[in-house]
Design a protein around this ligand. Structure first.
Ligand code: GUN
Length: 294
């Protein structure tokens, strides 16, 4: 029997409706949650993402500030923009879209954001809080969204073998840290695989929950998946497709058609993990605003 699809669009819609309700309550108390989305340069993919984030904020009843800076913006200029947003009372969340142009060091910029407004969860203070299981920080949106997908799909995680492919600071590392935490939505035995992993298949075949964030199209095939495993695909890769009008199509890091015959549950691409990332950004932003009232 083919795997059940984990519908990221439906779950994200539910999260966003909850966020909109929380935003309404805040507005009634005189606080409109505000999100600043900053993009430097004109990368088309980043433009699509930032527009979607700003639009989602507006739809949730938030104040949304979309800042577009030229590609030759200096690091000093961007840092002074961050400083201004850090002290702007209308802004509760700040997101600097990555990647940044070569003249700007992303780590320096991330460290400049006030951790209480770092709704991306990239600041070392928030990464550290997540690692030690402190709940008053912000968790990076994609791994946080995957945890919600698992919970909402009824996947019981305690005691399971969770294998993460990829060790980026944005997905792989925080994902592994989250799944090993001591709570009912985690408590997994976690393995992290990456490009130096010997015999990748021996690890993936042992996974009850396989989370793939490798950034390479369709590298996980059916023979690498344990029958009945839950498969989460973080990949978004554009590949040639003669049958589509544009000549390309979006595929994940998982070979969906073959793996869906083996897995028990699987996320599609698109419509799986992607919508959750924006929903969790909204959730983090409304929480940042709520925290100012405490
Ligand atoms: N670029 C790709 N994904 C992300 C993200 O989640 N946050 C930011 N700031 N930039 C990104």
């Amino acid at each position: 029997m083919p795997a059940e699809l984990i519908d990221g669009r439906a779950i994200a819609k539910k999260v966003r409706a909850e966020v909109a309700e929380r935003a309404r309550k805040l507005v009634a108390r005189g606080v409109r949650p505000g999100l600043a989305v900053v993009m430097v340069g004109d990368d088309p993919a980043s433009a699509v993402y930032t527009t979607a984030k700003a639009k989602a904020a507006e739809e949730a009843g938030m104040y949304s500030l979309n800042v577009r800076l030229p590609a030759d913006t200096s690091q000093a200029d961007l840092l002074s923009r961050v400083d201004a947003l850090n002290t702007d009372p209308k802004i509760h969340g700040i997101l600097i879209q990555m990647p940044l142009p070569a003249q700007i060091d992303p780590d320096t910029v991330i460290r400049r954001i006030n951790p209480a407004k770092d709704v991306d969860g990239f600041h070392p203070v928030n990464v550290g809080k997540m690692l030690i299981g402190e709940r008053d920080g912000f968790i990076s949106c994609t791994p946080a969204g995957i945890q919600v997908l698992l919970k909402e799909s009824g996947v019981k995680t305690p005691g399971k073998n969770c294998v993460v492919i990829g060790r980026s600071n944005i997905v792989g590392k925080p994902m592994a840290a989250l799944m090993m935490q001591n709570n009912e939505n985690a408590n997994c035995t976690v393995t992290v695989c990456h490009r130096h992993t010997a015999d990748l298949k021996s690890h993936t075949r042992a996974a009850d929950i396989l989370i793939v964030a490798a950034g390479r199209a369709r590298i996980v095939t059916a023979d690498m998946v344990k029958p009945g495993a839950v498969v989460i695909d973080v990949g978004t890769n554009r590949v040639a497709d003669a049958r589509s009008k544009s000549g390309t199509k979006l595929v994940g890091d998982v070979d969906f058609e073959s793996v869906r015959e083996v897995a028990s549950k699987i996320t599609p691409v698109p419509g799986g993990v992607g919508p959750m990332t924006i929903a969790m950004l909204m959730s983090n932003t409304v929480r940042a605003a709520e925290m100012t009232l405490r």
